[in-house]
Ligand binder design. Structure first.
Ligand code: HEC
Ligand code: HEC
Length: 283
């Protein structure tokens, strides 16, 4: 045995003790900012999303979904349950999440993105068991097995359900649907508008539908990536790209294009200005 081995072990243990002490000091110092308005740093975001994806994948190997997932009655049952229990957080065709879903970190993924990214058994597992550290509840003790599969059936066919169709089929009154923009607390200030815009983007969950430089999100392609928006001639193909038009679009896309899949998110005038400033700073 080489004589340096005990010394190596000594240094190894010392390093571990120092690292553990450092971590403990960091945790108890209060330096870490737990605000839901702050996005995770890249390595933490990567670790959390990879762990989630791999954990769900590993738990559904060999599982097959029931045969009736495309049955119209099952989808209808799923739509009603979804509207009651899920839309508040994940949005629905043409409809935004409620305030509770918009303020969360991580933001609940958009329904269309989940329908595309996850297999039926994966969706079923996530619904049944929930996801730790995210705010996604477990539904096993609240909904029956057929009800949870009906939710899967709805999600898997949700891309074929238009906003008008969804509105017509849900039971909630339409008047509940317009989110109220928050009131400004001071006159709009151009200073640091791009920095405020970056925070606002997360608080309106824009990253659940768009890939946006500087914003960590689920690589969502429900809407177009916004990297080159500053150089584009038109917004959504219907409006000339000017700051005022951009603000109008962000505040109520469906007033401009009733068929748009981008919902009214209740963006206030000031927040829209901040967000537009951030988007135009992307070159
Ligand atoms: C209180 C808000 C909330 C409610 C209500 C909610 N979810 Fe979630 N859901 C989340 C959050 C947050 C995540 C995790 C996001 C992350 O990890 O990035 C999530 C994750 C998921 C996932 C996994 C997504 C993925 O990419 O792995 C599925 C599927 C899902 N939810 C479906 C549903 C369904 C169906 C319902 C209704 C029965 C529902 N959720 C209700 C907040 C919610
Ligand atoms: C539920 C998904 C969804 C959310 C949330 C969402 N968008 Fe969109 N967005 C879309 C879709 C879909 C389009 C394409 C619309 C169209 O062409 O009618 C779009 C279009 C746009 C466009 C025009 C893009 C272009 O290439 O012309 C901009 C800018 C935009 N969104 C910004 C935002 C911002 C900022 C937010 C957050 C405040 C946001 N979106 C939230 C789905 C979404």
């Amino acid at each position: 045995m080489p004589r340096s081995l005990p010394r190596l072990i000594f240094w190894g243990v010392l390093l571990l003790v120092l690292a553990a002490g450092g971590a403990l000091a960091y945790i108890s110092s209060g330096i870490y900012d737990i605000a839901a308005t702050k996005q995770h740093i890249a390595p933490v975001y990567w670790a959390l999303t990879t762990a989630r994806r791999q954990s769900i994948r590993a738990r559904v190997i060999g599982e097959t979904p029931p045969a009736n997932l495309t049955d119209a009655n099952v989808v209808a049952t799923g739509l009603a349950l979804y509207d009651q229990h899920c839309r508040q957080c994940h949005g629905a065709p043409g409809l935004p999440p409620d305030a509770i879903g918009l303020g969360m970190m991580p933001a609940p993924p958009n329904f269309a993105q989940m329908a595309r990214d996850l297999s039926a058994p994966e969706i079923h597992w996530a619904i049944s068991n929930g996801i730790k550290l995210t705010g996604m509840p477990a539904w096993k003790f609240r909904l029956t097995e057929p009800e949870r599969w009906a939710l899967v059936a709805f999600l898997k066919s949700s891309l074929n359900i238009t906003p008008a169709d969804y509105r017509a089929r849900r039971k909630q009154p339409a008047s509940e649907e317009q989110p109220k923009p928050r009131q400004p607390e001071a006159p709009w200030d151009p200073k640091d508008a791009d920095q405020r815009g970056r925070v606002a983007i997360l608080q309106y969950a824009c990253e659940t539908c768009h890939v946006i430089p500087g914003i960590r999100g689920p690589d969502a392609h429900v809407g177009p990536p916004l990297a080159g928006i500053a150089g584009q001639l038109y917004i959504a193909g219907v409006l000339r790209n000017t700051p005022d038009h951009m603000i109008a679009w962000l505040r109520d896309p469906q007033r401009i294009d009733p068929l748009s899949a981008m919902p009214n998110l209740g963006v206030s005038e000031h927040d829209a200005r901040d967000i537009a400033t951030y988007l135009y700073s992307l070159r």
